[in-house]
Design a protein around this ligand. Structure first.
Ligand code: ADP
Length: 582
């Protein structure tokens, strides 16, 4: 290893003395080859005994020197190699001709001629020169046979030059493959170290991406947990207020702000999940009109205080039932409507939904500020806003359209817009929806809430946050005043409590200290006693990472609900499972 490094140091030191034009790749080898060849030629100029040998070999050496200078001045190396090889062929042909024709040892040099073009230029050049050399050999053989070549008397004076020819040719035959092998190893080492670097970089990126996902999951969980309490208690208070319009108004404001905060949190989470390829679509069959109208009506409170015509136009021919992800469709509609209302101060905002056979076209048209032409190309890119002032004037995170585009594409459609600065914009998306048969009527969860209000159910609430436990207790207590509710703050306590007393249903948080909800559910499902093992477990979690949710479900959850939850929906779900089991 060390020796290698030492050798390489030497090699790089030698290369640094070489003219700049010869320092890269194969150039140092070419340079040294030419350098060695020149004294060899001069030596032959001295020792070769046949006519004009000294002049011809000296001229060849000078010509090689000239080629080196020309390459240094910018001449192409390939051209120089071809020229050198051609002159070499002529010189060798001459020297073989005058020194015995086909019997001359000079012919062995001819064999080495294609090596340089082969190694330095490419295989084709090598094969070309091989063909030339074979043709010359044939020619000289025929010429010898026909006695064209001059008669050559072999004497003692030829011994030395013939010996030198064979020795040098053998050396070249050994040195060239060694040189080539060395070059190959160098290239291999370089490529291996490059590969190692790439591998390290890949591992680093993977690690960073895992850290990022973990961070976002944690932050989202931490944000959703208090939101659960805010939204949940808000809903409880609203339900108890009766007719106190002032207080109702205040609570509605709190609710709207909290909802807004939830969309921001969800946007960021959706975005990071779409980046990691984790965004999933959950199609269901639902009534298209109702969903579109619901999205439209969500903005009534906001529009009330604005001087705007806010309209919806639904095509008569729209299919009644369609099959796609209802929640994601709502999300895109809310996003586009929210933007239109945000950027329109007067005039109108219209939501049009048309049957296009095939598919449905959704369009939100406004008479707002429009988008500057030079920014239109980037408007679907993440964190992109039409100009720097937009953030200061209107807020927003620049993620809404990027997420909408991802969602529409996941739903199999496409999205686009046309906008005229100062006149308004029309954002549209097209989904490949078709009419579906009406699904088997399941009683709507919210409608069937709590027929069993008077039964003394026994509930176990497992959550490490006291405020969340309080909220769940209040919600359950309101719906089932006769129920008995026990609270514990981690999975281990839940397992212990279940082994001591029977329960009808467990509300199980996922992320908890000591033992998390996933392990606790697994432990409960593995218990020997059927009463413990088969208890109803409803996961209730602020962790919305689909991978974690899947792991939670697979441990044997009966159902799962995300925080923040709608109290009525939680009650309906609980009721549904209690009725199904009892
Ligand atoms: P943001 O949260 O900033 O609204 P979006 O991705 O939803 O993020 O929108 C990106 C940008 O596109 C906005 O900041 C705004 O400049 C421009 N934009 C989107 N919809 C409209 C519209 N209806 N009218 C004018 N500009 C719009």
């Amino acid at each position: 290893m060390n020796r290698n490094t030492g050798l390489e140091q030497w090699a790089s030191r030698i290369v640094s003395w070489v003219p700049v034009a010869f320092q890269q790749g194969k150039m140092p080898y070419v340079f040294f080859f030419a350098l060695v060849l020149m004294p060899v030629l001069l030596m032959f100029a001295v020792i070769s005994p046949y006519p004009y040998a000294s002049v011809i070999f000296s001229l060849f050496a000078v010509f090689l020197l000239l080629l080196l200078v020309l390459v240094d001045r910018g001449m192409s190396l390939n051209r120089a190699i071809h020229m050198g090889t051609a002159l070499g062929a002529i010189v060798l042909l001459y020297s073989a001709w005058v020194s015995g024709g086909i019997h001359s040892p000079r012919l062995s040099w001819l064999l080495l001629l294609p090596l340089t073009p082969f190694y330095v230029i490419n295989r084709r050049a090598g094969i070309f020169w091989l063909a030339v050399v074979m043709a010359l050999q044939l020619f000289i053989a025929v010429a010898s046979h026909l006695a064209w070549v001059p008669v050559f008397e072999i004497g003692d004076e030829h011994v030395l030059s013939s010996f030198m020819v064979y020795t040098l040719a053998t050396c070249v035959l050994i040195v060239v493959p060694l040189m080539y092998d060395h070059m190959y190893r160098q290239a291999l080492d370089a490529s291996r170290s490059h590969q190692r670097e790439l591998e390290e970089r890949r591992e680093e990126l993977e690690h960073t991406s895992q850290m990022r996902e973990h961070f976002i999951a944690t932050v989202s969980h931490e944000l959703r947990t208090p939101m659960n309490a805010i939204l949940g208690f808000n809903a409880l208070l609203l339900a108890r207020l009766g007719d106190k319009p002032e207080a109702r108004k205040v609570l509605n404001h709190t609710r709207q702000s909290a909802d807004h905060l939830m969309t921001v949190i969800n946007d960021i989470l959706d975005y990071s999940q779409s980046q990691a390829g984790h965004l999933v679509i959950q199609p269901e069959t639902f009534e298209l009109r109702k969903t579109v109208e619901h999205a439209f009506e969500l903005f009534f409170p906001r529009v009330k205080s604005m001087d705007l015509a806010y309209r919806i136009e639904l095509d008569e021919k729209l299919p009644q039932w369609v099959h796609t992800d209802r929640h994601r469709l709502m999300q895109v509609l809310v996003n586009l409507l929210g933007n239109a209302l945000k950027f329109t101060h007067q005039g109108q905002v219209v939501l049009r939904v048309e049957w296009q056979n095939p598919g449905v076209m959704f369009a939100v048209q406004d008479t707002g500020i429009g988008i500057a032409k030079d920014r239109q190309a980037e408007i679907f890119n993440r964190f992109s806003q039409a100009n720097g002032d937009i953030q200061a004037l209107y807020g927003g995170n620049g993620l809404g359209l990027a997420i909408s585009r991802t969602l529409v594409q996941l739903l199999g459609g496409d999205i686009g817009f046309a906008s005229e600065p100062g006149q308004g914009s029309r954002f549209w998306f097209h989904l490949p929806l078709t009419a579906c048969p009406e699904p088997q009527q399941k009683p709507s969860a919210a409608r069937m809430a709590v027929q069993t209000a008077q039964l003394p159910w026994r509930f176990l609430i497992v959550d490490d946050h006291p405020v969340n436990r309080l909220l769940a207790r209040q919600v359950l207590q309101n719906a089932w005043p006769q129920s008995q509710i026990v609270e514990v703050s981690d999975g281990q306590q839940a397992v212990d409590t279940l082994c001591q007393q029977p329960f009808d249903l467990v509300l199980m948080d996922m992320v908890m200290p000591v033992m998390d909800g996933i392990v606790a559910t697994r432990t409960i499902r593995a218990q020997g006693s059927a009463a413990v093992r088969d208890v109803l477990i409803l996961g209730l979690t602020a962790n919305v990472n689909p991978v974690d949710l899947d792991a939670f479900r697979q441990e044997g959850l009966d159902d799962v609900m995300l925080k923040p939850f709608e109290p009525d929906l939680l009650c309906a779900k609980v009721e549904h499972w209690l009725l199904e089991r009892n």
